[in-house]
Each structure stands twice: as structure tokens, then as C-alpha cells.
Design a binder for this molecule. Structure first.
Ligand code: GUN
Length: 293
């Protein structure tokens, strides 16, 4: 029987732990504040931003919401980010993506101060991760490491195969698995013999962005499968990149969609907001990364 990795439960455990940390900070007179900027009214973004605000409320982090219209200019957005960079009472800044086409996403990300970059998207954060120094780590991949560790799944020495090479998931995922002493392969749309490569994975991380694309032909017997995708299927039901029912009797453990990776992203965002205090107290540090939680 496959073990179903319960991301909802694990994320709730992490949020309870973080709530205690925030309560202790508050008792010492420290308030943590996250500024969330949304441009336009993309329906998925509205849901994600709403969930982030709810998590802040639960943990005791103050959240400031900035809602700009779809027509807001790049200049307006950059001005707001710079103002939030300067504000002493703001610890974390999150600009919800995607942004409207007329705004340069990379420029906006680069404008966020690296010591408030709780998404871990700034080139300085990515660079720090790649050379094992202190900085914010992208939330979805760090959430997947927590899912594996808290489910008792060992990474060290395992063949870890990642399908997808995005800046937000695939690439940082590879660096984190490497940090945990996994043997890491990244594959992508141009990979030849994708099935054969995927089948090497003791741990298979799927972030390919295609509903139910991965069936049992891609899976090694007894593999651990982590599904990062989220889509609506032909019956309007949520599904992942993995065809869950087709692979279930071949895997040793798997994340469901919903209730797998999704809730972990927000839990790790909350972790990063709290970590901003530690990073700010020691800016520009070249200290080795402390492992999350
Ligand atoms: N859009 C979808 N996921 C994310 C995320 O993790 N952070 C931000 N800023 N935007 C997103």
C-alpha cells in the first residue's frame, strides 16, 4: 500500500510551530510584518493571496495588502516596492506573480531588497542558495524538503529526478536535494528518453505543468513521487501533473493534489517571514545556511 503524504497535516504542524515562535517574538516586543502586493485581479492570484493573508492571521504575522489595478504602471509598482524596502516596520515583501504583460517581472523582483525577499526569487537569494550561503529559499522546493523529512523519507544517496527546470521550482529543488546529499538529475521538455530517465528516480519530483502527464511508465517500482502540478481535469476536478490512479499501486509514497505540495508553499512563506528577523540582524553575512526548521 502506498503511503499518502499528507501535506495539509504537515503544513498545519509547521504553522503551529511557527505560531509559537511568533508569540515568543511578540512577548519580546517584536512584530513581524509581511507586505503583499497584487496587481490586477487574476482569479488564481486572488485565491493564493487570500490564503497567504489567512496564514498570517493564524500565525500572528501582520499583513499589509496593496491592491493595484491592472493598469498600474511599472513605475508605480517600483515606487511602492522601494518605499516598502525603506520601511523599518516591514520585514517581508511579496509581489504576487504573474504580473500584467506591460510590467517587467525580473526588474520588479530585482528591486525588492534581498533582506525582505521572502519568496526567495531575487538573484542574490538564488546565488546564495547555489553556493551554500545564508539567504531566503524559494518556498515550494523548501516545502518539498520538509514533506520528505517529516515523512521519514531519506534523501542522502538517493537518485532524485526532477522533471521541470523553472527558476521557482526545478532549479532550486535541484540545489536543495544536492544539499541533502541526493544524486540529482534535472530533465525537461527536450530530454531524450524522458521515461527512461524518470524511471531512475528513487525520488521523482514532477513540475512539468501538464495535467496527468506522468503515468506508471515513468515510475520506478517503489519510487517516492512528489507532484507539484495543479490543474482542473475534464470533470473540473483538481488534479496534478501525475495520473494518481494509474501510478498508485507502483509507488511507495506519493503526494495527493490537492493536499500535498500546495499547502507547504504557504507554510514555508511564513517560515521565511520569521527568518527575515534573523537575516536582518546579520545582513550581508556569508555564514553557512542554517537548515530550515
Ligand atoms: N504565483 C504563484 N506562486 C507564487 C509564489 O510562490 N510567489 C509569488 N510571488 N507569486 C506566485
Amino acid at each position: 500500500m502506498a503511503f499518502i503524504i499528507d501535506g495539509k497535516k504537515i503544513s498545519q504542524d509547521i504553522k503551529e510551530e511557527l505560531k509559537e515562535k511568533v508569540t515568543a517574538y511578540k512577548a519580546g516586543g517584536v512584530q513581524i510584518t509581511l507586505a503583499v502586493i497584487q496587481v490586477g485581479k487574476d482569479p488564481a492570484s486572488c485565491v493564493y493571496v487570500g490564503n497567504k493573508k489567512k496564514a498570517c492571521e493564524f500565525i500572528g504575522i501582520r499583513s499589509l495588502a496593496y491592491e493595484l489595478t491592472e493598469e498600474a504602471t511599472e513605475e508605480e509598482l517600483l515606487r511602492l516596492v522601494k518605499e516598502l524596502n525603506r520601511r523599518e516596520d516591514v520585514n517581508g515583501i511579496l509581489v504576487q506573480l504573474p504580473l500584467p504583460k506591460h510590467i517587467n517581472e525580473n526588474l520588479v523582483i530585482r528591486t525588492i531588497s534581498p533582506d525582505k525577499d521572502v519568496d526567495g526569487f531575487h538573484p542574490q537569494s538564488v546565488g546564495a542558495l547555489s553556493i551554500g550561503q545564508k539567504g531566503f529559499v524559494s518556498c515550494t522546493p523548501s516545502g518539498i524538503i520538509q514533506l520528505l523529512k517529516r515523512s521519514g523519507i531519506e534523501i542522502e544517496g538517493k537518485e532524485c529526478v526532477i522533471i521541470g527546470r523553472s527558476n521557482i521550482v526545478g532549479k532550486p529543488m535541484a540545489l536543495l536535494l544536492l544539499r541533502e546529499n541526493g544524486t540529482v538529475t534535472i530533465c525537461h521538455s527536450r530530454t531524450r528518453n524522458l521515461k527512461e530517465v524518470a524511471k531512475r528516480g528513487d525520488i521523482l519530483i514532477v513540475a512539468i505543468g501538464k495535467p496527468k502527464f506522468i503515468n506508471r511508465d515513468y515510475i520506478k517500482e517503489g519510487a517516492v513521487v512528489i507532484d507539484v502540478g495543479i490543474h482542473r481535469d475534464e470533470n473540473n476536478k483538481l488534479c496534478g501533473d501525475v495520473d494518481f490512479n494509474d501510478v498508485i499501486d507502483k509507488v511507495s509514497a506519493i503526494t495527493p493534489v490537492p493536499g500535498g505540495v500546495g499547502p507547504m508553499t504557504i507554510a514555508m512563506l511564513m517560515y521565511n517571514c520569521i527568518d527575515s528577523i534573523r537575516l536582518r540582524q546579520n545582513p550581508g553575512s556569508t555564514e553557512e545556511l542554517e537548515y530550515p526548521i
